[in-house]
Design a protein around this ligand. Structure first.
Ligand code: FAD
Ligand code: DLZ
Ligand code: SF4
Length: 513
């Protein structure tokens, strides 16, 4: 009897030990299915890039001598769900054993487990779940690493990872440069120089794939760029992207990590999240390359440390949070926020320049960098009181790198405080002052960043104070938010009332802003 091995669309890891040796008894299975295209409304580029990368991976396996069954979306035999197709394939290949790599999403993990149990029982077959050989920590490791601690601080986790993988340590095992974290060096405004790196990535023509998706009625949004898709579609392209980032972009990553500009999109971010999340690149190879650039004097410590922290720190940490909180995490709504997303989330058509730019760029490229996601879009959503689950679906759909294990904790936890503060010790909110400091968005905005209550006042300002007023019972005693409440106590009653009135007006007409 043969063995079937399922490979999911975000498991395109050519280095996996599964592929060490071709085995004529083993059939590798990849499938394009409606259950995966339709669980949320996706950006067109996300579907195109995943399908194109899956197809390239199937080809690569075939060329390496493996047996591959690739089910295309429009294949007449396609039953359009992972488990229904597995049923049919198991019968077709008279499989005695079905194997899969640990899925990263709770929904898929559950579906495969339940199906596998029933199938093994009915057919006296065997199933096996193997590690995806990608992450640096085990799925359920986080609670143990934080045992006995009230707050699960990322920084604590990060230092353990630095030690465990001996990254940026000096000869005595102390942190390179005498400190673990150089964040305070990484908050510069971008003056327009050095110039944003030119987009050198090779465009791919996926017009035919796009036509197939349309003929099949797959719904999506955003600019497909079907004839010039620029995301890396196999490991060798991903390695070229990594090379380019390390040699020409990383040196400036730190300085402008938090900067935003209407004259730039990616600034000095790596654009590696898609390649990492579909497992074309291993996190350790990426961070070792960055460390090497520092050791050889090609990139400053603050940039390299900041970059490494995102990958061995935040990325692994949010995954641990996800698995410690699922199922049910997506239902959390600690601040009881219920407003629907304004229509301009789908068009970018708002007069607020920061949001027009951040959302417009997301629709155009399926990417926005961290501060755009957190301090423009997420910040506005939190201040306005948008429904966190609806927002979660929007983030899960729009970004090229969005997979639930990483998107959900970032959106619902870090950005919306909807988990009651597991990830963020205080909500990430700001008025126009922060956005004005970190970007040029406010110049040339229809709204005035200095005004609070006039009809042309920046909406962030009144919404900011109203947020603290509305949530005084939750945050009033939080020492990290004492400053804001102190300022409120100093305000005149009529000023407070004017802020609240302006905020109520704004919240009642979000679509028109
Ligand atoms: P860089 O800035 O170059 O960073 C390098 C790498 O570090 C990234 O590729 C990514 O793998 C990792 N990284 C950085 N920040 C984080 C973080 N907070 N959590 C996890 N990994 C991180 N990242 C995703 O990969 N998928 C998502 O769906 C996602 N959703 C987000 C939603 C919100 C509301 C916020 C605030 C952040 C989200 N992030 C998500 C984190 C981060 O914004 C992206 O990883 C980053 O913008 C990807 O672009 P880049 O590769 O150029 O990143
Ligand atoms: C995101 C996505 C899409 C759009 N389509 C597919 C697909 O057709 N087949 C597949 O195997 N995977 C797809 N994916 C990625 C999956 O959603 C991802 O594997 C799960 O979220 C598990 O993490
Ligand atoms: Fe955004 Fe307000 Fe600045 Fe306009 S004035 S760009 S809305 S922060």
């Amino acid at each position: 009897a043969s063995t079937l091995r399922l490979i999911l669309g975000d498991q395109l890891n050519a280095q996996h030990s599964w592929f060490d040796q071709p085995d004529p008894e083993v059939v590798y299975v990849l499938m394009e299915v409606r259950s995966e295209t339709d669980y949320v409304l996706h950006h067109a580029q996300k579907i195109l890039a995943i399908f194109a990368a899956m197809r390239a991976f199937g080809e690569h396996l075939r060329e390496s001598g493996h047996r591959v069954r690739y089910i295309r979306l429009d294949d007449p035999s396609n039953r359009q769900s992972l488990v229904d197709n597995l049923d049919a394939l198991a019968a077709h290949y008279q499989a005695g054993c079905i194997q899969w790599q640990s899925p990263d999403e709770w929904r898929v993990d559950q579906a495969l487990r339940q199906w596998g149990e029933a199938w093994a029982h009915a057919h006296q077959g065997a199933t096996a779940v193997v590690d995806s050989e990608h992450f640096l920590t085990a799925r359920n490791e986080l609670p143990r690493l934080f045992e006995g601690r009230k707050q699960w601080l990322m920084e604590h986790f990060y230092r353990q990872m630095r030690r465990r993988f001996e990254l940026l340590l000096d000869a005595d095992g102390k942190p390179e440069g005498g400190q673990w974290n150089f964040d305070h060096d990484n908050r510069k405004r971008w003056p327009g120089n050095p110039p944003e790196p030119r987009d050198w990535r090779q465009p791919h023509d996926h017009g035919a794939l796009w036509e197939m998706l349309q003929a099949q009625g797959v719904r999506s949004f955003g600019d497909p760029q079907a004839t010039q898709l620029r995301w890396p579609l196999d490991r060798s392209e991903a390695l070229q992207h990594l090379d380019h980032f390390i040699t020409t972009v990383l040196p400036h990553f730190g300085d402008y990590e938090d900067a935003m500009s209407s004259k730039a999109q990616r600034l000095f971010h790596s654009l590696l999240s898609f390649a990492l999340n579909v497992k074309m690149l291993h996190p350790l190879e990426v961070v070792r390359r960055a460390e090497e650039a520092y050791r050889e004097g090609r990139a400053p410590l603050a940039a390299v440390e900041g970059f490494i922290r995102q990958i061995i720190g935040w990325r692994e940490y949010v995954r641990g949070i996800y698995w410690s909180q699922m199922p049910g995490y997506e239902e959390r709504n600690a601040l009881a926020h219920r407003l629907p997303l304004p229509a301009w989330f789908w068009t970018g058509q708002t007069r607020m320049n920061c949001l027009r730019h951040a959302i417009g760029q997301s629709l155009e490229t399926a990417h926005a960098h961290h501060i755009q996601r957190l301090m423009v879009i997420g910040n506005f959503a939190l201040l306005a009181g948008l429904d966190p689950k609806e927002l979660h679906h929007w983030y899960l759909g729009i970004y090229i790198d969005a997979f639930e294990w990483v998107e959900l904790p970032n959106t619902l936890g870090m950005s919306q405080w909807a988990d009651g503060g597991i990830i963020a010790t205080k909500p990430y909110v700001s008025s126009a002052a922060y956005i004005g400091r970190m970007s040029d968005y406010c110049q040339g905005c229809a709204y005035d960043p200095k005004q609070k209550t006039s009809s042309d006042a920046c909406p962030f300002n009144a919404l900011y104070w109203d947020f603290f007023l509305r949530h005084q019972s939750t945050f009033g005693n939080n020492p990290r938010m004492g400053m804001a409440y102190q300022q409120i106590r100093k305000m005149q009653a009529e000023d407070v009332q004017a802020l609240q009135q302006r905020a109520a007006d704004l919240r009642s007409q979000l679509d028109t802003l």
